[in-house]
Structure formats: C-alpha cells, structure tokens
Design a protein around this ligand. Structure first.
Ligand code: PHE
Length: 339
C-alpha cells in the first residue's frame, strides 16, 4: 500500500498539462469516482489496524497534493490561453444581432398609438367568424356581392362560418356587448379570396375605428381623421373626402391624403394626381346600430377603416405586397431603424 502511495505521489509531482482539457483528464484519472486515488481510499479497509494511522495520513496528503497540482495546472492553462497571441480579452464583443419588429407591426402600433391618444381603446375579435358579425349585422343585403365566393373564404361544411373579410365584425361584437359611449380601434388580419400579386393578397391587415355616442357628427369624424393624417404623414398633410358607398355607413366617404412624396404637386407615386386614397369612412347606418342593440333615435356614430399594408406602403414605398409575408430577413432588416 505504502509503495502504491509513493508511486502515485511521484507521478503527481511530475504531472504536466498543455491545456485545460488535459488537466481535466488528469483530474478524472486520479480524483474522480473511478480514479486511482479514490481506489486507494476504497482499499483502505484492507489495511491492517496498526498501519491504518500512517497509511491514512499518507493517502490524505496524496489527495491534497493531487488536488493542488491539478488545480495549479488548470490555472496555468487558463492563464496561458489568455495571454496567447491573437486573443484579446479586453476587446468589445461582437454585437448580438437583434430581431426587428415587422413593418406592419410598426405601422399598426403607430396607428393604434395615435388613436389611443384620442381616447380610443383597443378591441380584438376572432378571425374565423360567423356571417352575422361580418355581414348581416353590418347591413349587407342577403345577395350582396361581397358575400360571394369571389371575396369570402368559407370554412367547409359550415356555410355560415367564414374567415372575416374586414374587421367591422369586431365593431359588431363590441356594439352587441356594450352600450355607448363606445370608442374603439380594431386592428387585425382579414382574408379575401383574391389572386396573389404584387398589388393584392389573400390576406392583409386592417385597422377600423368606431365611435358611438349622443350627437356624434360627420364633423367629428373629419376632424379626427385630419388629426390622424397629420400625425401619421406630417403636419402639412391635407385630406379630402369623396362620396362613396358602404352598406354599413350612410353617408359614406373615401379619404385621400395629399401625396406623401410630392405634397400634392403630382409625382409617380400619386400618378400625377397629388392625392392618395387611404381609407373608407362614414356615419354608422342606423340599421347597423339597431341590429346590434343600440337605440338609433338616441345615438349616432362614425366608423372608418384602413389597410395597414396600404399605409405602410405610403410610408416606406414597398413595391410588392408579397414582401410583407415572405419573411425575407434582408427586407425585415431594412426596418431596424424604425423600431
Ligand atoms: N370595412 C370597410 C372595408 O373593409 C372599411 C370601412 C370601415 C369603411 C368603416 C367605412 C367604415 O373596406
């Protein structure tokens, strides 16, 4: 036994390691559960009683020496690595590349932020909807062309269950569950059965707004939309409203903003017109209020709706709508600064 101890002690004193891995291998060789020194300690039982004291002391000394030696080797290996040429531990690390918000999220947040400063609260609803909330409660006649297969995605086996084609369905859900005053902004994804091209997609994103209270007038609508346009596109932005038609608003209008590039002089973006169409709006049709349980002899309201892709295009001139859903990191990286 004493000989074994002596032999291992000699080995320990002569140990060498070139790097931290080698030093670790030595620790395993001598000190791990199956290591040589551990084996010695296990054999200690067999040592005759009169030798136990001496052998015990020597084994303990051997173990301590091994631990010290191997720790010293590890320490030296680390030091050496740190001072090796080519490694500069004081250098600032490479920056970790962070992800960016999606441009549509950036624009949506901006729109929601503007309207929340005007007192609108956020409302959301399901993308898989029933006909009532998307169309019937919104005053679409039974034979209205928008219900047609051309526009609406039906969920098979349920002719009544569809993918919403506008977020007006969220307005319906808010009205049926809340009495005025109502002031909500409803962002979300919508689906329309259209051929995919640079200018159209089978899904896109909308933000709709709804305000219902006593004495809400068209003037209120116009003022809120002017403020929105100037916050979104700059303080010199002008707006113009053109008469239009939606089943759920009367009167209805479409709103243009002065061109975000040329300011109204005429350029390739506005195709010489000086104006860009950005949203639909109008006074909520009394039939819609009634269908959703709101007394139209007491309350009036306005509503508006816009496509987020459209607004994003005007801000960032994205030429192809498909870019928004292809997740090409080179495209998304361009919006790092806008985050
Ligand atoms: N829901 C309309 C659309 O999808 C937009 C709109 C909303 C128009 C509210 C007027 C009022 O095109």
């Amino acid at each position: 036994m004493l000989e074994r101890i002596q032999k291992i002690m000699a080995e320990i004193q002569a140990l060498q390691a070139h790097n931290a891995e080698e030093a670790e291998a030595l620790r395993i060789k001598y000190l791990s559960k199956k290591g040589e020194i551990t084996a010695l300690m296990n054999d200690f039982r067999t040592v005759p009683a009169e030798l136990k004291k001496e052998v015990g002391m020597r084994i303990n000394a051997l173990k301590a020496a091994a631990q010290d030696k191997i720790n010293a080797l590890k320490e030296a290996a680390v030091q050496e690595q740190a001072s090796a040429p080519g490694i500069d531990l004081t250098r600032t690390p490479y920056p970790i590349p962070l992800g960016t918000r999606h441009p549509l999220t950036i624009v949506k947040n901006e729109i929601v932020d503007i309207f929340s400063r005007l007192g609108f609260t956020l409302a959301e609803g399901p993308e898989v909807e029933d006909d009532w909330h998307v169309y019937s409660s919104m005053n679409f006649a039974d034979d209205h062309p928008a219900r047609d297969m051309q526009d609406t995605f039906f969920v098979e086996a349920h002719p009544d269950i569809i993918l919403r084609s506008h977020t007006s369905s969220v307005q319906a859900r808010v009205m049926e569950s809340t009495q005025p005053p109502i002031r909500v902004i409803c962002p979300g994804r919508v689906y329309r059965n259209e051929a995919i091209s640079a200018r159209a997609h089978c899904f896109f994103h909308q933000v709709e707004g709804l305000y219902v209270d006593r004495n809400v007038s068209f003037t209120d609508l116009k003022q809120v939309l002017l403020l929105f346009a100037q916050e979104m596109f700059g303080p010199d932005t002008k707006i113009r409203l053109r008469p239009s038609y939606f089943p759920f608003t009367e009167p209805s209008a479409e709103m243009d903003v002065s061109c975000t590039i040329c300011g109204g002089k005429g350029c390739s973006l506005c195709k010489g017109a000086g104006w860009l169409e950005i949203l639909g709006c109008g006074m909520v049709d009394p039939a819609v209020l009634e269908a959703n349980g709101i007394d139209s002899s007491v309350y009036t309201g306005y509503a508006f709706g816009m496509g987020i892709e459209r607004i994003a295009n005007l801000k960032y001139q994205v030429r192809d709508l498909r870019m928004f859903s292809e997740n090409d990191v080179r495209f998304l990286d361009e919006f790092v600064a806008a985050n």
